[in-house]
Design a protein around this ligand. Structure first.
Ligand SMILES: Nc1ncnc2c1ncn2[C@@H]1O[C@H](COP(=O)(O)OP(=O)(O)OP(=O)(O)O)[C@@H](O)[C@H]1O
Ligand SMILES: [Mg+2]
Length: 466
């Protein structure tokens, strides 16, 4: 069952129950008030007759009883019976005098009256209609000497109550229809945005990643739609990044492959060259293959880090690792007569993945050497406090232009192409370094000025948070 129908049925059930209960209560209340009114009225009349009768019963004026009862019954348009203490009817105001002489002490109301209590009851008399019986005792000298029973028609009240009942049923059914129509509208109003969100999710799963839903409300559904739009936006970004990455990576592989192919073709086409020529060409092929191997290794490293997002750390001596990096890069620095130096604290320890940490420092220091003119400086600094280690790698080299600086950590970002081609990088070194810093939950900032130099500042927590 759809949400719309669920909400609708729930509304309907609540509505039916509340209308039925309200209707029943109201009807009972009205019925009781009307009948109580008649009851009180009849009791008053019965008491009046009883008072009158009790004054004359057993006196010389008792002959007045019958005509007075007859007259009064006519006036109030009811039938009045007067019985003695044994329940024998002495006066019946009906013209048929049907009950005179009969004993009616088994009538429940008469029984009550002869016991000294007034009582009323309602009867559906076959062929006549609805009547209310009201019986009260006749008391003379503190003794019950008989009973008065008034029987009055309440057909008009029963008719009125019936008409109220039907009117209530019609009104409540009308209200019921109207409210269920409204609840259907409300249910649609609530569920329509959800329907649109479901459609949007389907469109998204078919690959239209930048699809947006328009839900303007500020409620939970509106928030869900906003979250959906944010999700589709980041999916699109991730997809764009992935596409660019694949195209950049294939482009990078295509160039050395084309070179290798050209070199090998020149080998195939050459005739009777001396061995030196072949060696020369094979050396170039080897160079291109090394380049490809390096690219594939870098890509694999990035892919692996994308997957793990967490490192296995162990307490490592940071200053030692930095010295190892410097040692392995000294020969490169020497070829450019660059002064590569460590100017930091020793015996600094932190929980890192030592191989990855080495790789990160290596990539940044290598850049410092690659992008600094001959005779320049590359200085590595290290400080610590209670919680963090602070690593700086500063050079006085070419610097990075303002437009490249924000993209420096993106994959395949290279500065000036001519410069990069000469140095032969792929633009992956800093992307890898950044990933390594990220998985160690650290931070990195760069300051650079073209022609003056560059400083990388890295902060890593000594202990990884769990
Ligand atoms: N210390 C630096 N001084 C000047 N430019 C730099 C420095 N470090 C990085 N860059 C610029 O940033 C770009 C990206 O650096 P990155 O290390 O990611 O790639 P790469 O060195 O070109 O290639 P790879 O490291 O993959 O061999 C470089 O091409 C270079 O233009
Ligand atoms: Mg590099």
């Amino acid at each position: 069952m759809s949400l719309r129908w669920k909400i609708f049925s729930l509304y309907l059930i609540i509505l039916i129950i509340s209308l039925a209960l309200t209707g029943l209560y109201l009807y009972r209340y009205i019925e009781r008030s009307y009948l109580d009114n008649v009851r009180v009225n009849n009791l008053m009349q019965a008491n009046m007759v009883s008072n009158f009768v009790s004054r004359f019963v057993g006196t010389t004026s008792s002959y007045l009883i019958e005509p007075t009862i007859m007259e009064y019954a006519k006036q109030i348009n009811s039938r009045i019976l007067f019985t003695n203490i044994n329940g024998r009817v002495l006066v019946d105001s009906a013209s048929s005098k049907e009950f005179e002489g009969k004993v009616i002490k088994d009538y429940s109301d008469i029984k009550e009256a002869l016991n000294g209590k007034g009582s009323t009851s309602i009867h559906d008399i076959n062929g006549v209609g609805w009547a209310m019986y009201t019986a009260v005792p006749v008391i003379a000298k503190n003794n019950v000497v008989g009973a008065i029973l008034i029987s009055s028609s309440i057909d008009n009240i029963i008719d009125l109550l019936n008409s109220i009942k039907y009117r209530m049923i019609y009104t409540f059914t009308g209200i019921g229809f109207l409210v269920s129509l409204l609840s259907l509208l409300v249910a649609s109003y609530i569920t329509n945005p959800l329907k649109r969100l479901t459609e949007a999710t389907n469109i998204l799963s078919q690959g239209k990643l930048d699809y947006k839903v328009e839900v303007k409300s500020n409620d939970e559904i509106g928030k869900l739609a906003n979250a959906f739009n944010k999700m589709s936006f980041s999916l699109m970004k991730i997809d764009e990044e992935r596409k660019r990455f694949v195209s950049d990576a294939s482009h990078e592989l295509k160039t050395p492959l084309a070179s290798v192919k050209a070199l090998i073709e020149s080998l195939i086409n050459s005739k009777n060259q001396d061995i030196k020529f072949y060696k020369e060409i094979l050396k170039d092929v080897d160079g291109e293959l090394n380049r490809m191997t390096r690219l594939v290794n870098d890509l694999l490293e990035l892919a692996r880090m994308d997957k793990i997002k967490a490192v296995k750390v162990r307490k490592s001596e940071i200053s030692e690792i930095i010295l190892d990096v410097i040692e392995s890069l000294l020969p490169l620095a020497k070829t450019k007569e660059i002064n590569l130096e460590f100017k930091g604290e020793n015996n600094v320890f932190a929980e890192v993945d030592p191989d990855r940490f080495y790789r990160m420092v290596y990539n940044i220091v290598e850049n410092g050497i690659k992008y600094t003119h001959d005779g320049g400086n590359v200085i590595v600094g290290l400080e610590e406090d209670e919680n963090n280690i602070y690593l700086t790698i500063a050079d006085n080299g070419m610097g990075i232009s303002e437009e490249t600086l924000p993209k420096i950590f993106d994959r395949f970002t290279r500065g000036d192409t001519a410069r990069s081609k000469k140095s032969g990088g792929f633009g992956l070194g800093l992307a890898i370094a950044k990933e390594i810093i990220d998985i160690h939950e650290g931070k990195v900032t760069v300051e650079s000025k073209v022609g003056e130099g560059t400083v990388f500042r890295i902060t890593l927590p000594k202990k990884k948070k769990d």
